[in-house]
Design a protein around this ligand. Structure first.
Ligand code: ATP
Ligand code: MG
Length: 427
């Protein structure tokens, strides 16, 4: 009779278990190193905030706020939401903690779970993880370029293949309204052809039509006016400056005037990284500039730029290219009988004190079954302690990879473990 799980994780939310977790940790470690080089410090904000914070920043008519938020009332009747993304919380924290008083620019990164009530599918979950950054205080295209270059460095540090960088400028409060008029005029006599969502977007947020994936809408927007042809002089020079800097860094990218992103707070630069090796959900990271958000949250005029990386999608990509390296114990101690078991217990602690990973077999089990277990967990070396070894004070060791073996003094076994590990790493 097979056991049946009584409880299941929520739809669209999943456990991260070994061996996958090792891939996650490897990525996180590589990322933290890159953040260090670029001077980004970690910030941790709560996973829930007042609903207002997201509605105001992400925008009332965006997919995230309209359809995807986990919003609920707490016991005091306040409306809370689980964060669907990281930027709003970081900006809230930046203003609340008056971080604008610190020397500019202030550069932060975060890693953590985000929540969106979406239809779960490959690459799309209801709890998913993002690693993101926010750089506050610089209006210059150098900051956009630095952040984009860092994104390239992050993804490069874990060896991701086939990445495509796309950049765009969606203008500012001076030039975007004029462009919107042009779009409205263009789509005005094509309304019948638009999908239901885009018909609504036409009234609420016409730029979003450019982002629609429905084939009819993609077809229909051929020949639509391009935002890049309608930027004001300041936005144009910012965008040209950014491209010159990306060229200087030798970063390859494409300008995509249709890439408008699904959040309202962006101004000027937007960018996205996609991978040719993922299916329909092929965006691995996305970001942009948001020069007005700090002000809207009650802080001083503070230009800012950031991005977020979708962690599940890069884990998926790494799976395709490499797979997880599963860590294995350095030493497995097989012991037979009560006294030997006691010695193995003590020895395991002494080895762990030296920073090595030690595991023990069950002293009541046969040597054969203990060896089988050492093999299954891929231990590098086995120490064997039996009656005979206790009497002589000499312990046998065995390296499982090549069956080489030898003897060490029991009293020196922990130090020997360190030496054996060093030898096996250098051989
Ligand atoms: P998509 O077009 O895939 O819906 P998005 O524009 O909603 O992405 P952003 O809000 O820009 O995504 O989030 C940045 C990154 O977070 C995305 O590029 C993606 O890698 C990841 N991401 C977004 N939503 C999800 C989700 N539901 N599940 C897993 N990853 C996600
Ligand atoms: Mg989305």
């Amino acid at each position: 009779m097979s056991a049946e799980a009584r409880y299941r994780a929520l739809k669209g939310m999943k456990d991260v278990l070994p061996p996958d977790i090792h891939l996650w940790q490897k990525i996180e470690t590589a990322f933290r190193e890159v953040f260090g080089a670029y001077g980004f410090q970690e910030i941790r904000t709560p996973v829930a905030e007042s609903t207002d914070i997201f509605v105001r920043s992400i925008g009332e008519t965006t997919d995230i706020v309209e359809k995807e938020m986990y919003t609920f009332e707490d016991k005091a009747g306040r409306s809370l939401s689980l964060r669907p993304e990281g930027t709003a919380s970081v900006v809230r924290s930046f203003v609340e903690n008056r971080l604008f008083n610190l020397p500019s620019p202030q550069k932060f990164y975060y890693m953590g779970p985000m929540f969106r009530y979406e239809r779960p599918q490959s690459g799309r979950y209801r709890q998913f993880y993002q690693t993101g950054v926010e750089a506050f205080g610089s209006p210059q295209p150098e900051m956009d370029a630095e952040v984009i270059a860092m994104l390239g460095r992050l993804l490069g540090s874990i060896g991701l293949p086939e990445l495509v960088f796309q950049v765009n400028s969606i203008g500012c409060e001076n030039c975007r309204p004029g462009y919107k008029e042009k779009l409205l005029a263009f789509f005005g006599n094509r309304l019948e052809g638009l999908c239901a969502d885009c018909a609504r977007r036409y009234r609420q947020n016409p730029l979003r039509i450019l982002d629609c994936k429905v084939p009819g809408c993609v077809e229909l927007r051929q020949g639509a006016p391009k935002i890049t042809d309608h930027l004001c002089a300041d936005c144009r020079s910012h965008f040209e400056g950014l491209q010159r800097l990306l060229d200087l860094l030798g970063l390859s990218y494409a300008v995509n005037p249709d890439m408008v992103r699904g959040l309202d707070y962006y101004t000027r630069t937007t960018f996205e990284v996609t991978s040719g090796s993922l299916g329909a959900q092929n965006a691995v990271a996305a970001g942009g500039r948001y020069d007005r958000l700090v002000r809207e949250f009650g802080g001083p005029e503070t230009p800012a730029v950031g991005f977020a990386i979708g962690m599940e999608r890069i884990v998926e990509l790494l799976h395709q290219s490499a797979g997880a390296v599963v860590p294995a114990p350095d030493i497995f101690i097989a012991s037979m009988g009560g006294e030997a078991g006691k010695q193995s217990f003590l020895l395991a602690q002494q080895i762990r004190d030296r920073g090595l990973w030690a595991e023990r077999g069950d002293p009541a089990a046969s040597l054969k079954s203990q060896m089988r277990r050492a093999d299954r967990i891929a231990a590098r070396h086995v120490f064997i302690i039996g009656e005979e070894e206790l009497r002589s004070g000499i312990v046998r060791w065995k390296r499982l990879a090549d069956s080489s073996q030898g003897e060490v003094a029991l009293s020196d076994a922990a130090e020997s473990a360190v030496r054996l590990r060093g030898d096996s790493l250098s051989s």
